[in-house]
Design a protein around this ligand. Structure first.
Ligand code: SF4
Length: 236
């Protein structure tokens, strides 16, 4: 196989990266810490082609504080499912003011959202509900970006434990700079910078999503309780 053919092999993402190039990026970024990875990403890729999302959940201040230090003008997308806790919306406003964040809301098509409400899809078919209210809202803007930056950490779920720093997912390159940050390291950063938790953390919630699918509990045990679902599908 010629080098040109090899380089273009399996290119199916907006950044135009081949499997080989993604593997090389992982090799180059692996020895770096997450701050060095972030710094380098904004050099290696066009900053305006980097997409960032936040759920403004339990410890989102951690990721948002870091992003606001590295690129204050970075737009943060918030997927407004219409099912958030009031406390989440208040926390969102609080962090916007605290870190001067540029936040834009993403919403599902209103007709489809109403259908999910009327049919109580969160009870009958949560995958479909997430597909309407989370995934479709994000899919609409994804073609505008080459890189999707996440704050996923490997200790959070079995699925996340298997992720690399760079991964191709449904036409976009996922960038997981914090994938090897331990819970202790994250908590030390939160303590050092006196970051505010989501107000429901004090009430026993550790992972916070939509009201219909979140109860109190350790780790992500309170998400989709009693159902086999552990991820909303955004990161699958
Ligand atoms: S987390 Fe629950 S309520 Fe929210 S979109 Fe998914 S299924 Fe629907």
């Amino acid at each position: 196989m010629s080098e040109t053919a090899e380089i273009t092999q399996n290119v199916s993402n907006s950044a135009g990266l081949s499997v080989k190039q993604i593997a090389e990026l992982n090799d180059q970024y692996q020895p770096l810490n997450f701050e060095e990875r972030l710094h380098r990403l904004y050099q290696d890729f066009k900053p305006e082609k980097v997409m960032v999302t936040s759920s403004f959940a339990a410890t989102s201040a951690y990721f948002l504080h870091i992003i606001s230090r590295f690129r204050p003008e970075q737009v943060i997308f918030f997927i407004d499912t219409g099912f958030h806790f009031v406390e989440t919306l208040l926390y969102r406003e609080y962090l916007i003011g605290l870190y001067h964040l540029k936040v834009e809301d993403l919403k599902a098509d209103s007709y489809q959202h109403e259908y999910s409400v009327k049919e109580k899809l969160y009870e009958k078919d949560p995958d479909f509900c997430c597909s309407i209210n989370k995934i479709s809202a994000l899919e609409a803007i994804k073609p505008n970006y080459d890189i999707w930056m996440s704050s996923l950490m490997s200790w959070q779920t079995d699925h996340r434990a298997g992720l690399a720093i760079f991964e191709e997912r449904r036409g976009i390159i996922k960038f997981n700079p914090m994938i090897d940050v331990s819970r202790e390291e994250r908590d030390a950063y939160i303590l050092e910078h006196k970051l505010p938790f989501h107000p429901l953390v004090n009430e026993g919630y550790s992972s916070i999503g939509c009201t219909h699918c979140t109860v109190k509990g350790d780790g992500r045990s309170g998400r989709w309780l009693g159902k086999p679902k552990t991820e909303c599908g955004l990161h699958l």
